[in-house]
Design a protein around this ligand. Structure first.
Ligand code: NAD
Length: 356
């Protein structure tokens, strides 16, 4: 297969971690006879310095023309004083909106070799943590009307939580399809005992369910889900939920797995094109020192192969190579433990590539 990947190296550790992901992608391509063509895109601080704009239209156009987008991270202290629209993060928001990316997939997976880094008890961790939070990204309470008015001599504020059936249906389908590529289980997380939007979510999910008879479907209130994620995370495969509940639950989920440098993510819209990035930021404190953990970005590239390019075997091979590098005791500084071998960013990329 021939695929074009828009590559946004970004700022801070971005260029270092993206280099390692590209090494791995090139090795997979060579092994399986694919051709990946990389189109370099400036976004974030680097684009502000070069073009005076965190995401010039020509750069967004490159992303829209590509089969998918791989992003390192953007931002840093140099650009923090700029006014809102000119800040690096604005480029990211414009990219998500411009590409219509309404679903955010964040895996919560604990690598057994890093079990000590989880804040959960060993008896819970032993059962395994490997689930996916599918979060609706461009609607719900974050996008409804926000208003503060004076009423009876005091300030009164409202935030409108709005969901249309089509917005629920499209994220629901992503959840069912994602479960089909995993362990065939979907849990819809909501507050249907109180909220109309949640009751509509359930109605739409019930309508979709017969189309996916091979997927086991269940529902859970969000307050209970927050408890279950720390009590018995092994029960989950795919969690599907709205924008705000997903924001909170996906952060809780990433916490229980240990290092922030290990976690990938994908954002998808209609069609197969997506945007793939590690969940962490540009880590300016370690930028340019060959200390960053590139695994979150390497696993983001694996997600791209699995979810956008339908290359499940190739994605499995990358995940197995990461597993082998961890098995062999290789660790970057953020996850270093006694008895392991400390390696830099480039050496970790080489180690994963060598194990493919
Ligand atoms: P951060 O995630 O960049 O860093 C938090 C801590 O985690 C730091 O100590 C850092 O060294 C460490 N860390 C992060 N990634 C690591 C990795 N791969 N390997 C080893 N250690 C790692 O968060 P922050 O410091 O709050 O933000 C720094 C900049 O990144 C800010 O400008 C922020 O706006 C931006 N940011 C960008 C994104 C994005 O591009 N998607 C996301 C979050 C933050």
């Amino acid at each position: 297969m021939n695929k074009t990947i828009a590559v946004i190296r970004g700022d801070g550790i971005g260029p270092e971690i993206v280099n390692e992901a590209i090494k791995v992608l090139d090795a997979v391509a060579a092994k399986h006879g694919h051709t990946f063509t990389y189109d370099e895109v400036d976004m974030g601080g680097v684009a502000i310095d070069k073009w005076g704009d965190p995401l010039p239209q020509a750069m967004l156009d490159k992303c829209l023309a590509a089969d998918s987008v791989l992003l390192g991270a953007v931002g840093g202290p140099k650009w923090e004083g700029l006014p809102g629209p000119q800040r690096p993060e604005k480029g990211l928001l414009r990219l998500r909106a411009g590409m219509g990316l309404y679903s955010n997939l964040r895996p919560a997976k604990l690598w057994p070799q890093l079990a000590d880094a989880s804040p959960l008890k060993p008896s819970i961790v032993e059962k395994g943590i490997d689930f996916m939070v599918v979060r609706e990204l461009i609607s719900g309470i974050y996008f409804g009307e926000h208003k503060t008015v004076e009423q009876n001599g005091e300030q009164v504020a409202t935030d409108v939580m709005l969901y249309a059936e089509h917005e629920i249906e499209r994220i629901g389908r992503i959840a069912f399809e994602t479960a089909r590529k995993r362990r065939h289980k979907v849990t819809c997380v909501d507050k249907a005992n109180v909220l109309d939007t949640s009751r509509l979510w359930r109605a739409v999910m019930h309508r979709l369910q017969p189309e996916y008879p091979d997927v086991e479907y269940s529902e859970m209130f969000v307050d209970n889900a927050a408890m279950q994620v720390v009590k018995d995370p092994s029960q989950f495969d795919v969690i599907v939920t709205g924008n705000m509940f997903g924001d909170i639950l996906s952060d809780e989920a990433s916490m229980i797995t240990g290092s922030i440098g290990m976690i990938p993510s994908s954002s998808l819209g209609d069609g197969t094109r997506g945007m793939y990035e590690p969940i962490h930021g540009s880590a300016p404190d370690i930028a340019g020192q060959d200390k960053a953990n590139p695994i979150g970005t390497i696993l983001s590239a694996a997600m791209m192969l699995r979810y956008s390019f339908d290359m499940a075997a190739e994605a499995d091979e990358i995940e197995a190579a990461v597993n082998k590098a961890l098995d062999d005791g290789l660790r970057t500084a953020d996850m270093m433990a006694e008895g392991c071998t400390l390696v830099g960013c480039a050496a970790m990329g080489d180690a994963v590539t060598a194990r493919l």
